[in-house]
Design a protein around this ligand. Structure first.
Ligand SMILES: *[C@@H]1O[C@H](CO)[C@@H](O)[C@H](O)[C@H]1NC(C)=O
Length: 270
């Protein structure tokens, strides 16, 4: 078995399935519909790798409703809905077929070992962690800090918010972990808070892919509008000083000139 090679649990059931669809479904179809969705899913469940219990399911689904399944723990087929009862009865009477599926659990073990050598089992991808900040409402002091971890595998992750080194539990919310469809996950932890100058917020993310938690920090900064007010104030102050100095020097020059000017004026008048 080469690395990464996953064996289909069995190919034979597909042949069997077609026979059953012809045999089993006859005479008990609901009123004809233009389209329906048929799915069959094999699942291997591992309680603890191949050391713990391994359980095989062979599920039959019509329009998203599972109607009959083989469960290796039971060792036979069970009807999930009334629609599946004839199937369960029919397949359970096919002892060879049931024996075959019971033995197929072994394929789950083989697949697990193949997946391990192909690094599918035990695959680890580090999360990327980012903090974003939004005001809860334009005029409110409350802010929302959002810590987003993306692109990691496997799905188990712990995201914590710390304020000045203290873990926060109040005002913390988590989103559902979200599967990206490319074998990576993402999740968010939100913290509602009133940030003040000097506070340090830390998002701490623990994941199997990293030995030490990943930490990202955030500190409140003067908002842009506060910055522009400060700038305007400083410019106003500077302008005031310039005008003041200008005015003063003009005044002083005038004052210095005053005693002579009238004399000159007087002299020119005379
Ligand atoms: C899982 O299996 C390993 C052996 O591979 C064993 O050491 C461990 O105790 C088992 N864990 C549980 C929870 O059963």
């Amino acid at each position: 078995m080469g690395p990464g090679l996953i064996l289909p649990a069995t190919l034979l059931p597909m042949v069997h399935l077609c026979l059953t669809l012809v045999h089993g479904v006859e005479g008990r179809l609901p009123p004809p519909v233009a389209h329906f969705l048929f799915q069959r899913k094999f699942q291997c469940h591992f309680a603890n790798g191949t050391a713990g219990q391994v359980r095989l399911f062979d599920r039959y689904i019509r329009d998203r409703q599972e109607f009959v399944r083989f469960d290796s723990r039971r060792g036979d087929f069970e009807a999930v809905t009334e629609f599946g009862e004839p199937d369960a009865a029919y397949w359970n009477s096919q002892t060879e077929w049931v024996e075959y599926l019971r033995a197929a659990v072994e394929n789950c073990r083989l697949n697990y070992l193949a997946a391990e050598t192909g690094h599918v089992v035990g695959r680890k991808v580090k999360p990327t962690v980012k903090i974003s900040f939004t005001k809860a409402e334009p005029l409110s002091h409350h802010s929302l800090l959002i810590c987003t971890a993306t692109g990691y595998y496997p799905s188990e992750i712990k995201i914590k918010w710390l304020k000045n080194g203290q873990e926060q539990t109040e005002g913390v919310g988590y989103s559902e972990d979200f599967q990206n469809g490319d074998w990576t996950f993402q999740n968010q932890a939100m913290l509602e808070t009133v940030p003040e100058q000097g506070d340090v917020y830390t998002c701490q993310v623990a994941h199997r892919s990293v030995e030490e938690p990943i930490t990202v920090q955030w500190e409140p900064q003067r908002s842009d509008s506060a910055n522009s007010k400060l700038w305007t104030g400083a410019m106003g102050g500077l302008l005031g000083v310039v005008l003041g100095v200008g005015g003063l020097s003009l005044y002083l020059r005038k004052k210095k000139a005053l005693p002579t000017a009238p004399a000159a004026g007087l002299m020119s008048q005379s």
